[in-house]
Ligand binder design. Structure first.
Ligand SMILES: [Cu+2]
Length: 266
């Protein structure tokens, strides 16, 4: 009786997972960037682990029922079976290669930006995201965590002339549509992770180093960046609007934001 119930629960688990997947209620948000390749890697991962999940659970359900305890049945001792072990090692190795390879290729492109990408700095702190854009010189000035103060939230180094025209945004990330963007990601205090689910883009923000990734926003609209690293009690609040708009609107917005010279300079 217990064996039959266990088997039935396992079959229901598999059916429930298949129905939920087919219904699409937890499916990805529509892609709003160039990273079809990352979606491809995610789908391959889902297919491999999905097939493994269904097959293993159905086999388990069958074995639980087929070899349940019965009066007349006796266990047989089989110490090993080299043939089955070889097959299992082969299938597992193949599964792991299929899981990892597409992601490795996608990741190498994800961190290799095109030369003409627009650089934006992302700074994470408990618990918000802030942004710094290069000014008319097209260059981000140097920054140093030691220079961070209540007035100089980014720790911008004012001895670097390239820093003076940098533009600061303390709340929103605005981006022009269909333009390559390279994010330089920093953290002030603890580990954070800058994640824009619609762009399939995510990278850890690590205190003491600058990490990066690039993408092309392909859809105009209002999106959301979140922190994907449990970073303290206010982690859930660490969200920020991401606005993708036409180049003209973006330039208009950028012109209204404060520069380092206007805010940080003593
Ligand atoms: Cu965080």
């Amino acid at each position: 009786m217990h064996a039959a119930l266990t088997s039935a629960i396992l079959v229901c688990l598999v059916l429930g997972a298949l129905i939920l997947t087919a219904s699409g209620i937890w499916w990805f948000t529509p892609l709003a960037s160039n990273w079809h390749e990352i979606d491809g890697a995610l789908l391959i991962t889902l297919a491999v682990i999905g097939i493994a999940f269904v097959v293993l659970n159905l086999v388990l359900a069958y074995l639980v029922l087929r070899y349940r305890a019965r009066e007349q049945s006796r266990a047989q001792f089989i110490p090993d079976n080299p043939k089955i072990e070889k097959i299992l090692i082969g299938v597992t190795a193949l599964g792991i290669i299929i899981l990892l390879a597409p992601g490795l290729f996608a990741y190498s492109r994800f961190i290799s930006p095109p030369r003409d990408a627009m650089i934006v700095e992302v700074l994470g702190e408990q618990w918000r995201w802030m942004y710094r854009y290069p000014g008319p010189d097209g260059k981000l000035g140097r920054a140093n965590p030691k220079l961070i103060s209540p007035k100089n939230l980014f720790g911008v180094d004012l001895t670097d002339p390239a820093a003076h025209d940098d533009i600061l945004s303390y709340t929103e990330l605005h981006l022009p549509v269909n333009r390559s963007v390279l994010l330089h990601i920093r953290a002030k205090d603890v580990l954070h992770s800058f994640f824009i689910p619609y762009f399939r883009a995510k990278m850890d923000a690590v205190p003491g180093m600058v990490t990066h990734y690039w993408f092309i926003p392909t859809v105009e609209g209002r999106f959301q960046a979140v922190c994907a690293e449990l970073c303290g009690i206010g982690h859930h609040r660490m969200q920020s609007p991401v606005i993708v708009e036409s180049t003209e609107k973006f330039q208009e917005w950028l012109a209204k934001q404060p520069t380092v010279a206007a805010t940080v300079k003593p």
